[in-house]
Ligand binder design. Structure first.
Ligand code: HEC
Length: 130
């Protein structure tokens, strides 16, 4: 292999390595939507309350304050707003964020949390991928 070919191969390797890094920043919205359906959909929908409250407008909403849902006393008193960071913390370990809460579920994979939160953010931004 000549020097220039080796350089080109090296550059392509760098490019391939850069793509996942870029996705790690923003999250994969379409994958997040599929995960939402498969992992959250048993208890949540976007526009109606089920076992858990509707989540279509959760980004930017005060925690435990959707008027027509019966929250645990702990979540109703939590006092934070659902930012992407708070959602990450909640999905990592809801009980650590809000002791006494009632959601018995978490997403153990960081990539799954990132993509689900990216999907919820896309709804807040008015750019749903549905
Ligand atoms: C086994 C049922 C169940 C599953 C699965 C589940 N949740 Fe929940 N979720 C709940 C319940 C119940 C609550 C209300 C908790 C409380 O009142 O303490 C809740 C609350 C929430 C809240 C707080 C909303 C608010 O209005 O304050 C968010 C955010 C949330 N869930 C996100 C998710 C996401 C994202 C997933 C999928 C990764 C998921 N949940 C999976 C049952 C579930």
């Amino acid at each position: 292999m000549g020097t220039s070919l080796r350089r080109a191969a090296f550059a392509m390797g760098l490019l391939a390595a850069a793509v996942p890094a870029a996705q790690a920043q923003s999250g994969d919205v379409a994958r997040g939507r599929d995960l939402f359906e498969s992992r959250c959909g048993g208890c949540h929908s976007l526009d109606e309350n089920r076992v858990g409250p509707a989540l279509g407008t959760v980004v930017g909403r005060a925690a435990g304050k959707k008027a027509d849902f019966a929250y645990s006393a702990a979540l109703a008193a939590a006092g934070h707003v659902w930012t992407p960071d708070k959602l990450q913390a909640w999905l990592t370990d809801p009980e650590a964020l809000v002791p006494g809460q009632a959601m018995g579920y978490r997403l153990s994979e960081a990539v799954d949390r990132r993509d689900v939160v990216a999907f919820l953010q896309s709804l807040a931004a008015g750019q749903p991928v549905r």
